[in-house]
Ligand binder design. Structure first.
Ligand SMILES: Nc1ncnc2c1ncn2[C@@H]1O[C@H](COP(=O)(O)OP(=O)(O)OP(=O)(O)O)[C@@H](O)[C@H]1O
Ligand SMILES: [Mg+2]
Length: 266
């Protein structure tokens, strides 16, 4: 079977500066890839490139991104817009950043749904939004629809972000440090929420994290980056139990690894 998403010799530049190079990975449906590495190593740049949303003067300067057998490099802006939120969705570090602070959750969730699916009436969109909020275990969804973002906790806002991201059953969910703004207990809840979505919808997940312990817990593939290069890449067990690179070993020394199997295989 061909991979759902294949990244081949990817090179990304900001202006004239090659920032990330030689990135390769292939993911089947339902796989979870963690991208791990220090600040500035290029993690966000890689997932943004895969979604066609590089900031500033960022561009793919070499290699290819192939989704369902088709290169995305020649996508028009309209094609990227059509894919975003439907074929691929992104969850950010703090969904507060992508949610408008001066509008209720309900009004922006309904707009989001109708923007991607104009055939839906307002009340159909409202029902869909409430169904999605309930599916990520938010209580009292009618109250949440009427709330402003600041009236929710960080964990609740992140669940709203996940609910929106999952609305159109994307094949790929990209999560950029989705838990790093949260406290420990809430972090675990959000991680388990993402794992549940994978189990329920067989969505492919790419998660960016500083934390190799979290990567070990969640993923079946791990890619380690440093200075815009991949220093190590492999299955979860290869990277965790048989690391080849010194930098991976240093990262591993810093975190406790629990269990011998990734969470979802247990
Ligand atoms: N908009 C931009 N314009 C120019 N250079 C950028 C831009 N965004 C990122 N870079 C550069 O790309 C490199 C990788 O940045 P990136 O944000 O991908 O790192 P990261 O691994 O996600 O770091 P962090 O863990 O801090 O989020 C850095 O050298 C950064 O300066
Ligand atoms: Mg980043």
């Amino acid at each position: 079977m061909a991979a759902l998403l294949e990244v081949k010799n990817l090179e990304i530049s900001y202006g004239d500066r090659v920032t990330v190079a030689d990135v390769n990975f292939a993911l089947e449906q339902g796989e979870i890839l963690s991208i791990v590495g220090e600040s500035g190593s290029g993690k966000t740049t890689v997932i943004r490139a895969a979604m066609g949303c590089l900031p500033g003067n960022g561009r793919i300067s070499g290699g290819d991104v192939i989704f369902e057998g088709r290169s995305l490099l020649n996508n028009t802006a309209d094609q990227w817009r059509a894919m975003s939120g439907t074929a691929m969705s992104m969850i950010f570090q703090d969904s507060g950043n992508m949610i408008n602070p001066i509008r209720t959750i309900g009004s922006q969730f309904i707009d989001f749904i109708r923007r991607h699916d104009p055939a839906k009436s307002k009340s159909e969109a409202r029902n869909k939004a409430e169904e999605m909020l309930a599916s990520v275990n938010l209580p009292n969804v009618k109250t949440i629809m009427a709330n402003y973002p600041f009236e929710l906790s960080g964990g609740m806002r992140q669940r709203v972000g996940i609910a929106m991201a999952m609305t159109f059953s994307p094949k790929i969910l990209l999560a950029d440090e989705p838990t790093s703004a949260l406290d420990g207990t809430t972090q675990a809840q959000i991680v388990n929420q993402i794992m549940d979505l994978r189990a329920k919808y067989n969505v492919t997940v790419i998660i960016v994290t500083h934390n190799l312990g979290l990567a070990s817990y969640m993923s079946n593939k791990i890619m380690v980056m440093k200075n815009g290069r991949v220093t190590e890449s492999g299955t979860r067990d290869e990277v965790i139990f048989n690391p080849k690179d010194d930098y991976t070993k240093t990262l591993l020394a810093a975190v406790p690894i629990i269990g011998s199997e990734p969470y979802y295989a247990a």
